[in-house]
Design a protein around this ligand. Structure first.
Ligand code: GGG
Length: 351
């Protein structure tokens, strides 16, 4: 029997509450489809940072290198600046393992009450492709004259031809498979160097994918259209920052950020890819046992696809659809009163 080697990094806050449900679902679906998992759990987190001065050990990436995939919960906790936790754990893994595509599917499930009028089940089903290793997430820059009136901060964004081209090609290829359209997020009217470059590369890659239709929208107008007409989108591609903001917005439009999954992909499979719910560590509800496990479970379904088990992945997303459509068991973020454990139990019954 195949036993997939999986790294589990629960991280902070509700990360530790949503990974066990994902693991329960993986074990159940593995039993049904005839494969299993060998998990190695890492305590890399803000708690570790406060104890040892680092989110993960210096040889952290080496410890993960022989794993087939990484399942991560959440990072960030009060007492540790957010940029310290992000740059101490998530970003080194994304960069060190060339996970340059961050895939974030958005779907309105039947049984979900979206706060948005046009967000109807069966009609809203699209994917945000976020560039994941460069762009505005850059450590290039600095602070000068700290504490003086002339104090200043400078932050550079980095867009390389190779980096933008590869993520655009991924988005165009994905759209070709879906038979849809690519929408590129830009802001080339205000950002005069990097965004016109991005637009030029989009036009170039579009010419290389003549069967795929495409358009581009300024990020401000695009954000409005996500809310006013979310059914119009198929594949939306954006830079690191734009993709992050758009996918959180889209997840809220689809009913709750608690449901949204993400796959940090190394498409060439030279290194492990990482799967994580879009939501953060949610310190406001951590420890209360009420976190929505669906974002982590859906991320695990994306991991199953990546490991070569698309039927098993579909069984999991079908169970998510069923628990929302056929039952009224829901965690508080979806308007219910169920605990994480009760929601998971119902999901497992329907798997
Ligand atoms: N579930 C992963 C997590 O904790 N995300 C929090 C976060 O702030 N992520 C920023 C990013 O994805 O760049």
């Amino acid at each position: 029997m195949t036993n997939h080697r999986i790294a589990l990094i629960p991280g902070d806050g509700i990360g530790a509450e949503v990974l066990p449900p994902a693991q329960q679902v993986l074990d159940a679906i593995g039993r049904r489809h005839g494969f299993g998992f060998t998990y190695t759990t890492y305590d890399w987190s803000c708690e570790r940072y406060l104890r040892d001065g680092a989110m993960m050990p210096e040889d952290g990436l080496d410890q993960l290198r022989d794993k087939e995939a990484i399942l991560l919960g959440a990072v960030g906790y009060p007492g540790v600046p957010d940029h310290v936790s992000l740059w101490g754990l998530l970003i080194p893994i994304r960069r060190g393992f060339r996970q340059y595509v961050n895939l974030r599917p958005i779907r309105v499930f039947e049984g979900i009450d979206s706060p948005v009028r046009g967000a109807v089940a069966g009609e809203v089903d699209f994917v945000v492709v976020r560039e994941n290793v460069e762009g505005e997430y850059s450590e290039i820059g600095g602070r000068l004259n700290r504490g003086f009136p002339e104090e200043m901060a400078v932050q550079e964004a980095v867009f390389t031809r190779a980096g933008v081209t590869r993520v655009l090609d991924y988005a165009f290829d994905l759209s070709a498979r879906r038979g849809g359209k690519v929408t590129s997020a830009t802001k080339s009217n205000g950002i005069v160097h990097t965004m016109p470059f991005w637009d030029e590369l989009v036009a170039e890659r579009a010419a290389a994918h003549p069967t795929v239709t495409w358009d581009q929208e300024h990020i401000d107008a695009l954000a409005a259209k996500f809310v006013l007409d979310p059914a119009r989108f198929d594949v939306v591609v954006g830079s690191n920052l734009f993709g992050d903001i758009l996918s959180d917005l889209a997840a809220a439009v689809a009913g709750s950020i608690g449901i949204a999954p993400a796959a940090n992909l190394n498409p060439e499979r030279e290194f492990p890819s990482m799967f994580e719910p879009v939501h953060g560590s949610a310190p406001d509800i951590a420890g209360r046992g009420i976190a929505n496990p669906l974002g982590a479970v859906w991320s695990a379904a994306m991991m199953l696809d990546h490991l070569g088990h698309p039927e098993a992945g579909k069984d999991v997303t079908d169970a998510i659809a069923a628990v929302l459509a056929k039952t009224d068991v829901r965690t508080p973020d979806l308007g219910g009163t169920a605990s994480t454990a009760e929601f998971t139990e119902k999901l497992l019954e329907l798997l």
